[in-house]
Ligand binder design. Sequence first.
Ligand SMILES: NC(=O)c1ccc[n+]([C@@H]2O[C@H](COP(=O)([O-])OP(=O)(O)OC[C@H]3O[C@@H](n4cnc5c(N)ncnc54)[C@H](O)[C@@H]3O)[C@@H](O)[C@H]2O)c1
Ligand SMILES: O=C(O)C[C@H](O)C(=O)O
Length: 329
Amino acid sequence: MSQNAPVTVTVTGAAGQIGYALLFRIASGQMLGADTPVRLRLLEIPQGVKAAEGTAMELDDCAFPLLESIDIADDPRVGFEGANVALLVGARPRTKGMERGDLLEANGGIFKPQGEAINAVAAQDIRVLVVGNPANTNALIAASHAPDVPTERFTAMTRLDHNRALSQLASKTGASVKDIEKLTIWGNHSATQYPDVFHASVAGKPVTELVDEAWLSDTFIPTVAKRGAAIIEARGASSAASAANAAVDHVHDWVLGTPQGAWTSAAIVSDGSYGVPEGLISSFPVTSTGGRWEIVQGLEVNDFSRQRIDASVAELVEERDAVQGLGLI
Ligand SMILES: NC(=O)c1ccc[n+]([C@@H]2O[C@H](COP(=O)([O-])OP(=O)(O)OC[C@H]3O[C@@H](n4cnc5c(N)ncnc54)[C@H](O)[C@@H]3O)[C@@H](O)[C@H]2O)c1
Ligand SMILES: O=C(O)C[C@H](O)C(=O)O
């Protein structure tokens, strides 16, 4: 098989839980395809470098044919050098007693210099996925410090929410996830997100004929929106393998395209579609062709959906205003 040019992929927070689940899948070719060699760059804070070295040893021991090199850095200007794809996973978690503003400020201290470094040293075609929370606003911070990179190349992850919604709907209807189409996550990757089934079908049948509104509002929406918290409660740690899987799905579809006629969900910069203020990084129904996400246009938004989209978008506006107030964007 002929091979494509190697792709440089930078993963921040490489020594963390998601990093440990993610790197092996990237190196095995599941993210960029079986014909694309990968050069990995692992970015950590100094305290994380030793553990990242351990992960690199294990990556070596897998003898992945597509893995051309592994470099480890604790300086963003080194870690993002020549990166074509950057997965920004490392973030400051909320700890006891920390207010929302403190969390945004602490993450500003990470995503501002990372945005600047991406602007300075990444490849021309850099594509960024922010996973570290609060993902949408961290993406906004990074993007605002990378003026030479088109904002559309900064995205945040809601694919895990999308996959969770698929799975909940499959379980309710007794169908397979592969039979479900046109489901959407709108808004913020937070408990205000809105998983929307009003355009979705299961094996060709409209979902609205299969479930009632009470199930949607009392069970489906809260289960999907609070799934992250439920995982933390059960596992004692936040989702890692499923988050890594969603990151692989997001970048795979972004680079290689979404299947004909299908859409998925990703948080991308708003062009004002569906009343979401321009410039916010919000989740939408999206397709990807030629390496570009596009918002699915022309969907009817009923009152049930409108209220919920507006509530999540209002939270994004609040977060944006807070980081603006802190001078982070
Ligand atoms: N968007 C989503 O769907 C989603 C899902 C799950 C988790 N998350 C978020 O992903 C993030 C990572 O989760 P995790 O479980 O891997 O956490 P973790 O604590 O296991 O790992 C985080 C790693 O990031 C590193 N790090 C911190 N600051 C860094 C910096 N400035 N540069 C490089 N590395 C840095 C830490 O040293 C650590 O190794 C968290 O913010 C979590 O809330 C998002
Ligand atoms: O890390 C978290 O707070 C939860 C995570 O974003 C998730 O959705 O699983």
